[in-house]
Design a binder for this molecule. Structure first.
Ligand code: AHM
Ligand code: MG
Length: 336
């Protein structure tokens, strides 16, 4: 592979050859990538930039906001609102949608993001990231409103994340596979470092927060019990476990070397369908995983088919190696 293919060149060539990324979408993705570069710089400064610690406020879900959560949210909004490619944005950190102000031209896309996922890892120097999803405004829509965002994940036209770890890495799909770009800090640009990522159908590595075990539903417990039984158990093989507690980092590992990730429903808060957010986390990650040959369900249904009812809706998430996700989903059906 030519190591010098920048994100810009990659997208221009995609637009030219396949013709299926419209110019406005290409622009939008470049702006999101530029915002991620800005966030990466802020993250890297850490204590030297005075960006660590709590901001003393709460977001719409009652979670304490970190300074970097707010900075990342502002960087994304400021970068995206003037370009003319968007109609509105929605963020995990904002209660209401952010409509592009009247002083700027409006475009036909909607951008959704979790500006800084893995907030509990910010202050301890562990990988965190930005997750984003792009939808189109419904046709014949006169004014943008929250209901325009409530489209199933299968309607996404682009999705990706940027992980701020030992390297800053952007992973992207526009519906024809998954490509990965690494930030070249000297050049200041994202360089294509892997094309057509694929997830093996089987795995011997799972990711779940084991401290919630006593709250899990029986099908999840059955699956993990069988993994833990190792070679002598019904699976006949040993499993390894990893849990970074940053979805971006856990999903990135799965795209790199396989595995299954679960943040399933549990009985801690019975009314809540799960911890992770459908629109900002589950949908973009599920599409990336499917585009890499994996699968993603909420235990009963393909995540991309879930019809959202609210912007900040939560969902149970099981994603990664196809055969493992199908197994967990089958265990749910058998327990029903
Ligand atoms: P956040 O968006 O507030 O950072 O929460 C989402 C994160 C995910 O990145 C991660 O998978 C999960 O929360 C970890 O949760 P827990 O601390 O319960 O293990
Ligand atoms: Mg998050």
């Amino acid at each position: 592979m030519n190591p010098k293919v920048s994100l810009t060149r990659h997208l221009v060539e995609k637009q030219r050859v396949d013709g299926h990324i419209p110019g406005q979408l290409r622009l939008l993705l470049e702006v999101v990538a530029r915002a991620c570069k800005g966030i990466s710089h802020a993250v890297n400064k850490g204590a030297l930039g005075g960006v660590l610690g709590s901001a003393g406020s709460e977001n719409v879900q009652g979670e304490v906001q970190k300074k970097l959560d707010i900075i990342a949210n502002e960087v994304l909004i400021e970068a995206n609102e003037w370009g003319g490619h968007l109609a509105a944005m929605a963020s995990e950190e904002m209660e209401a949608i952010h409509v592009v102000p009247n002083r700027y031209p409006k475009g036909e896309y909607l951008l959704l993001f979790d500006p800084l996922d893995g907030s509990s890892n910010i202050d301890v120097n562990v990988s965190i990231g930005t997750i984003f999803s792009v939808l189109k405004m419904p046709e014949d829509d006169r004014g943008v409103e929250e209901a325009d965002f409530l489209q199933p994940g299968s309607h996404q036209v682009a999705a990706g994340y940027c992980v701020y770890g030992p390297q800053t890495t952007l992973v992207l799909t526009v519906g024809d596979g998954v490509d990965m770009f690494t930030l070249d800090r000297e050049q200041g640009s994202f360089i294509l470092t892997q094309e057509g990522l694929r997830i093996p159908e089987d795995t011997q590595e799972f990711a779940i927060n084991m401290s919630n075990m006593r709250h899990w539903a029986p099908p999840v417990r059955r699956y993990i019990d069988e993994c833990l039984a190792g070679q002598e158990g019904p699976r006949g093989k040993n499993f390894n476990m990893r849990w970074v507690a940053s979805m971006v980092a856990d999903v990135h590992r799965i795209l790199m070397r396989g595995g299954i990730f679960m943040y399933p429903w549990d009985a801690r808060e019975p009314g809540k369908p799960g911890k992770l957010r459908l629109m900002y986390e589950a949908n973009p990650m599920s599409w990336l995983i499917e585009q890499a040959g994996g699968a993603a369900t909420n235990g009963r249904q393909r995540i991309l088919d879930v019809q959202p009812r609210q912007l900040h809706e939560r969902v149970s998430v099981i994603l990664g190696a196809r055969n493992e996700v199908e197994r967990v989903t089958r265990y749910h059906a058998e327990a029903a």
